[in-house]
Write a protein that binds this ligand. Structure first.
Ligand SMILES: [Zn+2]
Length: 89
């Protein structure tokens, strides 16, 4: 009875979870700031990378929030100091 219930809950094709699992290592190699950098076109990416190095984490956090994303100063500091998951490879 329990087994039947599990089979019933499987999505069509049954490949959804294996695909998620296969994609997982790629997803966790970037922190939220790294993902934001990756999502930008070249001009904006260079600007943001310059700001990461030149601006205080607090100031950059406010600027990022005003552009619609929420990334805290702690994460910005970690990314800047290469202590975030972007560097765990
Ligand atoms: Zn990072």
């Amino acid at each position: 009875m329990y087994v039947q219930e599990i089979i019933r809950l499987q999505p069509p094709g049954g490949t959804v979870f294996s695909e998620r699992l296969a994609n997982e290592p790629e997803q966790i190699t970037r922190c939220n700031l790294g993902l934001l950098v990756d999502s930008l076109d070249e001009k904006e990416r260079i600007a943001l990378e310059t700001m990461i190095q030149a601006w205080s984490a607090e100031k950059l956090s406010v600027a990022i929030r005003e552009e619609g994303s929420v990334i805290g100063p702690k994460l910005i500091s970690k990314h800047k100091n290469k202590k975030c998951i972007c560097e765990d490879k």
